[in-house]
Design a protein around this ligand. Structure first.
Ligand SMILES: NC(=O)c1ccc[n+]([C@@H]2O[C@H](COP(=O)([O-])OP(=O)(O)OC[C@H]3O[C@@H](n4cnc5c(N)ncnc54)[C@H](O)[C@@H]3O)[C@@H](O)[C@H]2O)c1
Ligand SMILES: CC(C)[C@H](C(=O)O)[C@@H](O)C(=O)O
Ligand SMILES: [Mg+2]
Length: 368
């Protein structure tokens, strides 16, 4: 049988730095576990614009459609701020999500015991936290028409449109309910049904899907602003949160800080099953290209490493190997290995990106 195929799109800023550590782990699986992947690499984001004048070529898009999983680092950076909107680095990522139809974006926020003291929230609020935000990723205000900057009378007007069809809401709701069944069986749906018609429809459809197909799962609804407050107040009340594209973007960055650092949060973006039964999939850290620390060896690679663990679990059906990687990360943190973003006010000597990667490899060795 052919090896599973992976397309690596490391991207910009710290993207290639954190992806280098994932490549070490992929190599480790080949030599130590006999698990070999066919890996190809290509460009996305600003580096693709520099090389080809576009943040994602048609050829790269076609490769992404063919592989079993795409691993992406991060895109963007201040150098590209001046570019026309249509060729900004972020458009490359959005095209991948849209054309691969990756509607279900799982963003788990898990607080490792070793970092419970480190969160900006009190220890008992975050210790043991294990929640997943399911973010709708292919529709909503990110993609709705009309959009643009127009002139009305003698002033400019910026327009974006929040638009959701019933089927778009139903399919992401189903993925959240399915996930909840494999976890603690609770879903909280977040929208703004008090001020947005799209929010009213969202609430109705989620409720209908629940009543018809998932009545065994506990479902609650919350306005997204109150949800943000509850995420800070007592995040452990949640199991699975399902929400739209924009609210999911905001709530997941917030959830990241419950775990200690944005450098800790992985994600899986999943679509429909392909012919081989595997879902179309892209895995990426929730964080961006971190221009403020890029090129300095300071980035925390854990979010990218844990994204690879999600690939093992969701694309390659290797749940045990995914758990091996997650446990290696847990061990390294328990041993006190910290990149700069995980240093508290008491200070200490942080390790570099590659030293963190090496420590994870050593913990993987110890797991054999
Ligand atoms: N998926 C993506 O590719 C993605 C996601 C978010 C932002 N972006 C892009 O990245 C660029 C920078 O955006 P931003 O600064 O708002 O967000 P960011 O996530 O890049 O950085 C926010 C802060 O978190 C820190 N940080 C992020 N990841 C870290 C890591 N792994 N280790 C240590 N510290 C880390 C950064 O140093 C920075 O202080 C923008 O162009 C934005 O559009 C891309
Ligand atoms: C870079 C950007 C397009 C992206 C988003 O807004 O979805 C990012 O913030 C994310 O969270 O993945
Ligand atoms: Mg974001």
């Amino acid at each position: 049988m052919a090896n599973p195929s992976i397309l690596i799109l490391a991207g910009d800023g710290i993207g290639p730095e954190v992806m280098a550590e994932v490549k070490k782990i992929i190599g480790w699986f080949g030599t130590k576990r006999g698990v070999t992947f066919d890996v190809t690499e290509d460009l996305v984001g600003g580096c693709a614009y520099d090389a080809h004048g576009t943040p994602l070529t048609d050829a790269t898009m076609a490769k992404a459609q063919e592989v079993d999983a795409v691993l992406l680092g991060a895109v963007g950076g201040p150098k590209y701020d001046v570019l026309d909107f249509s060729v900004k680095p972020e458009r490359g990522l959005l095209r991948l999500r849209k054309e691969m139809d990756l509607f279900s974006n799982l963003r788990p926020a898990q607080c490792f015991d070793a970092l419970a003291d480190f969160s900006s929230l009190k220890k008992d609020v975050v210790a043991g936290l294990d929640i997943v935000i399911v973010r709708e990723l292919t529709s909503g205000v990110y993609f709705g028409e009309p959009r643009g900057i127009f002139t009305e009378g003698n002033e400019r007007v910026g327009i974006n449109t929040q638009r959701y069809t019933e089927s778009e809401i139903a399919r992401v709701a189903r993925s959240a309910f399915e996930l909840a069944r494999r976890r603690n069986n609770k879903v909280c749906s977040m929208e703004k049904a008090n001020v947005m018609e799209s929010g009213i429809l969202w609430r109705q459809v989620v409720q209908e899907v629940h009543d018809k197909e998932y009545a065994d799962v506990e479902l609650t609804h919350m306005y997204a602003d109150a949800g943000a407050m509850q995420l800070c107040r007592w995040p452990k009340q949640f199991d699975v949160i399902v929400t739209d594209n924009l609210f999911g973007d905001l709530l997941s960055d917030m959830a990241a800080m419950l775990t200690g650092s944005l450098g800790m949060l992985p994600s899986a973006s999943l679509g429909l099953p392909m012919e081989n039964g595997r879902p179309k999939a892209l895995y990426e850290p929730v964080h961006g290209s971190a221009p403020d620390i890029a090129g300095q060896g300071k980035a925390n690679p854990i979010a990218c490493v844990l994204s690879f663990a999600m690939a093992l679990r969701y694309s390659f059906d290797m749940g045990d190997e995914a758990a091996r990687v997650e446990k290696a990360v847990e061990k390294v943190l328990a041993d006190g290995v910290r990149t700069a973003d995980l240093m508290g006010p008491e200070g200490g000597v942080p390790v570099s990106t590659s030293q963190m990667g090496d420590a994870i490899i050593a913990a993987l060795d110890a797991s054999l």
